[in-house]
Write a protein that binds this ligand. Sequence first.
Ligand SMILES: Nc1ncnc2c1ncn2[C@@H]1O[C@H](COP(=O)(O)OP(=O)(O)OP(=O)(O)O)[C@@H](O)[C@H]1O
Ligand SMILES: [Mg+2]
Length: 285
Amino acid sequence: MVHIISTINLKGGVGKTQTTIALSEILANNYNKKVLIIDLDPQTNATVSLMDETKWLEMDKKGNTIFQLFSDKVYNTELFNINNSIVKNVSNVNSGIKNLDLLPSSLRLIDIQDKLPLVSNSGYFIKTPITILKEALNETIKNYDYVMIDCPPNLGLITLSGIYISDYYLIPTVPDILSTYGIPQILSRIENFKIDANIDIKPLGIIISMFRSNNRLHNSIIDSLKYKERKADYPRIFNTYIPLSIKISEAAEFNSRVNTLGQKYGYDLYNKYDELTKEIMSYVE
Ligand SMILES: Nc1ncnc2c1ncn2[C@@H]1O[C@H](COP(=O)(O)OP(=O)(O)OP(=O)(O)O)[C@@H](O)[C@H]1O
Ligand SMILES: [Mg+2]
């Protein structure tokens, strides 16, 4: 059975993309899972850190990215082909990780996002744009054990189309005031969407990201998150915290080729991502 997990936070720069990538790499590499990453973010960060930029730009020009899927609905064309748009064995580790696939994003997604509300109003489409991703992926996702969706820091229509197909969502957050501020809003907005759209998504948990163990504020924010977890106001806080690491900006560089995930992340960080992956599998499987 496929498990579909979105990574979301309304705050930017909290580690959503990095977490999605590392968990996906580890699921495929260490646990032999078939994994598809869907990059729904027009910033294309997951895409460019997982595949060759020249190849991606060519694919985008030919309409073989997620842009084309949404563009088809706006302009009433049928150019998107899912099989031509999935890149197999991505990542800068070991010239690509077996069973780790990517549906790339596009910078052009930002323009199409603004036009999507027109889809619901246009004469051609009686349905909402929310179902676009589901319809395109219905068959394809059956080939995977995990589909990991990297969302932009908003709950716009494109993000909602990913939430619509998700079984779970993860909330990475830096344990500081501004990053955690929007958590209640994510929880309540997804809860409302769940009711409106009649879907069954659940929060899988909050991931502490860029944690500094010697930082007093980080520790006190975590205490307050745990208090809300105990009161059942918040979903579980995963036991594994992802530390702040200086090595990671290199890791996101596709052209810095490495042989192992340990080399890519440095062993401390890699071990944390592995522990977190095991925690996630224990709840999902
Ligand atoms: N554990 C970490 N330690 C240090 N830097 C990190 C860590 N995780 C992520 N980063 C860096 O922080 C920046 C933001 O991370 P990332 O892109 O994953 O966040 P995001 O939540 O996806 O951002 P956005 O909202 O823009 O999509 C990136 O430069 C990334 O390399
Ligand atoms: Mg991101």
